[in-house]
Ligand binder design. Structure first.
Ligand code: SAM
Length: 232
């Protein structure tokens, strides 16, 4: 299957195994991952955030319940909210989730904004788990006809070592552990040397929920910087 589907399937498989109740997809774009996640009945709150409200609005009505959903006794347990906002800004409505996904988002941020992103996601939202995917630049020589970055809006594309060094720093600073994997296999024999086409870090908060609540209590005031676009 195409790479974007493999990335989403990675998230779906994680959701099937870990059964998070509250999930937020950062950089949700046209809500294609959210559309797949809404069929996972353990999820009670599904949120999407993107800086580009026009993209979000384009297909968001496809998230409304289907008539067949009403035949499911559990359909009314799911709430979906979509926000226009930047992942570099704090919003109290995004605190304390079970899972945050950030699929092919960070490479669109300037290096300074990646710092803000780390602080907002790991330091302020403090989710139990985070899945981050980003291009692996070591794979680029295998992509035919590619000169420069994979997309003109990318601000950087990291090697495995660069991604690892950012991720490990985040873990030490905010109390997480990370495992590295990816999707998009290299041809046989080259997997070791170049790695996956998309590299993925799966972060888990150390100390689980209790550590999370302590941090949450530290904030004197709630901030709401995002704009609600859709709620159902
Ligand atoms: N996550 C989606 C997927 O897996 O198909 C789409 C990723 S798309 C390559 C990157 C998205 O990030 C775009 O929709 C863009 O508008 C959004 N984005 C870029 N900078 C952002 C920011 N600072 N805050 C929120 N979203 C941002």
């Amino acid at each position: 299957p195409p790479l974007h589907r493999q990335r989403h399937q990675f998230v779906i498989d994680f959701v099937k195994r870990n059964k998070p109740k509250k999930v937020v997809d950062l950089g949700c774009s046209e809500c294609s991952l959210l559309k797949k996640l809404k069929f996972h009945r353990e999820i009670e709150l599904l949120v999407g955030v993107d800086i580009n409200g026009t993209k979000v609005k384009k297909k968001m009505h496809g998230l409304a319940p289907l008539s067949t959903d009403y035949l499911q006794p559990s359909y009314d347990q799911l709430r979906i909210e979509l926000y226009q906002g930047s992942v570099t800004q704090r919003d109290a409505r995004l605190k304390g989730f079970d899972l945050v996904t950030s699929i092919e988002l960070i490479e669109h941020l300037t290096v300074a904004d990646v710092e803000h992103f780390s602080e907002v996601v790991f330091g302020y939202m403090v989710p139990a788990t985070v899945i981050i995917s980003t291009p692996n630049s070591e794979f680029n020589p295998l992509l035919p006809g590619l000169a420069g970055f994979r997309h003109s809006d990318h601000k950087f594309e990291w090697t495995r070592a660069e991604f690892r060094s950012w991720a490990v720093k985040v873990c030490l600073e905010f109390g997480y552990e990370v495992e590295f994997t990816g999707v998009g296999q290299a041809p046989p024999g080259q997997q070791e040397t170049v790695g996956f086409c998309s590299q993925i870090g799966v972060f888990c908060r150390l100390g689980g929920r209790s550590g999370c609540n302590m941090l949450l209590g530290d904030d004197a005031e709630d901030v709401f910087s995002h704009t609600l676009l859709y709620s159902i």
